[in-house]
Design a protein around this ligand. Sequence first.
Ligand SMILES: [Zn+2]
Length: 235
Amino acid sequence: MINLNVGGIDISAEKKQIKNMYIRVIPPDGKVRITAPMSATEDAIRMFAVSRIAWIKKQRQKFVEQPRQTERRYVTGESYFLWGKRYRLDVAYSSVRNDVSISGQKIVLQVRKDSTPQQRANVMDEWYREVLKDAISPVFEKCERLVGVKANEWQVKNMRTKWGTCNIQARRIWLNLQLAKKTPECLEYVIIHELVHLLEKNHNDVFKGYMDRFYPNWRTVKANLNDQMLDHMEE
Ligand SMILES: [Zn+2]
């Protein structure tokens, strides 16, 4: 383990049998870790860290802001995202039924006046789930044709650290509910990524070759997606 300090930020680096250097900012306290090829010199690692310093600071800032995000109260004026677009929440009260709808630049959440933030969160999540499921069906079929494989099943799950998972034996793909909040190409990218696992289990060069073939823009979309959330997509 090599310990560096770059611009006042402590960074630990580790060497492994890999080809390319990569960097991670780890929640919840924003520790910075670099994994480098065995051949990388300390200078090379330092230069790499320097080149990513703006990105590191941005990631750490997100961790600072994170607690505020979890303290959502589901009241009028808060911001919520749908397909990468920001909407202002408008809460309307109804004792008859719960509902969520889009009205111009607003998401209108209709709930009982005495509903708790958790109950409101459930109503919103159910809505995100429906919206995402509707969007997935056609995209999933398109991606299956593109990759030339078929999954047995897909499901939407609210996952904390992963955008998607693929159970290769069961040919079952789970997609993160949070994808409804991201731009549509993120959904397409994650579906293709998980379908490619039906051809190649590991994130190796063969896997990347398939990604280049089926979704040439994947590196950009992946970077954007990881920029939008705390953790990198690991699966
Ligand atoms: Zn994967």
